[in-house]
Write a protein that binds this ligand. Structure first.
Ligand code: NAI
Length: 382
């Protein structure tokens, strides 16, 4: 039986299954049990789930679950309540949720963490980092547009001409590219910078102007960026400063897997910005790309020309729960489909996607960096 509960994290509005994915899973011969009201905050009614073939229950009995689908990482108490061999599918945040990983390991749960899905073409339909970054990148631009005391598009009116807003996007991964596309759709003049070699072409393909800084590319494996050393990071900040002063809106999305967000903008660099300018920091929850941002808050900063606003994004994908859930639930159901054979859950661990996404199994933490983070206190890791 596949179980889906209402998310427990305060403020989380997404859900791990939609009526559409319930239909997909029922079509595979699986039974779905859904806690009543699980989809309510995302905009999906119990009636829709029922019609799609789910059984609605007042409470899920965790000890009877075959697969537990979830959005946010489980808490340790939930993990402990699962019986050995239960499969979990959802976000795991293994680097920060070590207590849960320990509990999943000790309960002998087969836990799949969607962050660990290999970023290869075959696995794209299960890649929740990508689907949720798309939502976040879009949302950042809307947050900026709502606060900016200017238009995004160019207006030529009888009362005069209004130039388009200048938007600078720093970090042009999945979220950054969506931010570029969204700002372009709103009519802004968009430029962007990233440290990966491929990013110039990617920015251009979205209609943005790439800012070439006199810095060598910093690529790590798997398409990710490498952390810049102190000197290069300072040089990047120095070279970015005039572009920061030029921008009406800055969207920052830079990240390094497993590391705090790189500091791209310091308070000093804000000095030349125009009054009313807005900076949205998508990395606010992981340390912040911008000095002074606070996740979930707006911070006003005094500069020479007046005041600018720093927006610390928090739970960005959850702010658009209907479509974020639509994509996320598809990621979940596609992974469940991958581990289902003849109507039975039977993961093939020879498959690189299945093996790569598996965090714990049979009392062992399979993801090496997480196993290392848990050592030496734990036994039973490989
Ligand atoms: P991410 O969330 O780890 O980082 C966001 C962006 O920040 C990246 O583009 C990174 O290069 C950039 N960054 C890091 N340090 C920076 C700095 N000092 N200054 C400016 N930018 C900085 O990355 P995300 O968005 O998850 O994607 C990373 C890569 O993975 C991309 O190349 C993307 O195309 C690739 N990808 C591949 C997929 C597949 O093949 N299935 C799926 C999704 C992404």
């Amino acid at each position: 039986m596949i179980a889906v509960r209402r998310e427990r994290t305060p403020g989380e509005r997404r859900v791990a299954a939609t009526p559409e994915t319930v239909k997909q899973l029922v079509g595979l011969g699986l039974d779905i049990e859904l806690e009543k009201g699980a989809g309510e905050a995302a905009g999906y009614s119990d009636a829709e789930y029922k019609e799609a073939g789910a059984k609605l229950v007042a409470a899920i009995d965790l000890s009877k679950v075959g697969v537990l689908a979830h959005v946010r990482p489980l808490d340790a108490k939930t993990a402990t309540a699962l019986k050995a061999g239960t499969v979990t599918v959802g976000l795991g945040s293994p680097a920060s949720e070590l207590a849960t990983v320990r509990a999943l390991r000790d309960a002998k749960v087969t836990a799949f963490a969607l962050e660990l899905v290999p970023r290869i073409s075959r696995a794209q339909s299960m890649d929740a980092l990508t689907s949720q970054a798309l939502v976040a990148g879009y949302r950042c631009v809307l947050e900026a547009a709502m606060r900016l005391p200017r238009f995004f598009p160019l207006y030529m009116t009888a009362a005069g001409t209004i130039p388009p807003a200048k938007v600078l996007v720093l970090g042009a991964g999945v979220a950054g590219l969506q931010a570029i596309a969204t700002a372009k759709r709103l009519g802004a003049k968009v430029s962007a910078n990233d440290v990966r070699a491929a990013s110039a072409d990617e920015v251009a393909s979205m209609g943005g102007t790439f800012i070439h800084l006199d810095l060598d590319a910093a690529d790590a494996s798997g398409g990710y960026a490498k952390e810049l050393g102190q000197d290069r990071a300072q040089r990047q900040r120095d070279l970015l400063t005039p572009h920061v002063s030029e921008a009406d809106v800055i969207i920052t999305t830079a990240a390094i897997p497993g590391r705090p967000a790189p500091r791209l903008i310091t308070t000093k660099m804000l000095a030349g910005m125009r009054a009313g300018s807005v900076i949205v920091d998508l990395a606010a929850e992981s340390g912040g790309n911008v000095e002074g941002t606070v996740a979930g808050k707006d911070v006003e900063v005094k500069v020479a020309s007046g005041t600018i606003t720093l927006v610390g994004m928090k739970d960005a994908a959850s702010t658009m729960p209907y479509d974020a859930s639509r994509l996320y639930a598809k990621n979940v159901s596609n992974l469940i489909a991958l581990i289902t054979h003849d109507g039975k859950i039977s993961p093939d661990f020879e498959d690189e996607v299945v093996a790569g996404a598996c965090l714990t199994r049979d009392g062992v933490v399979l993801h090496e960096p997480t196993a290392e983070a848990l050592a030496p206190a734990q036994k039973g890791t490989k």
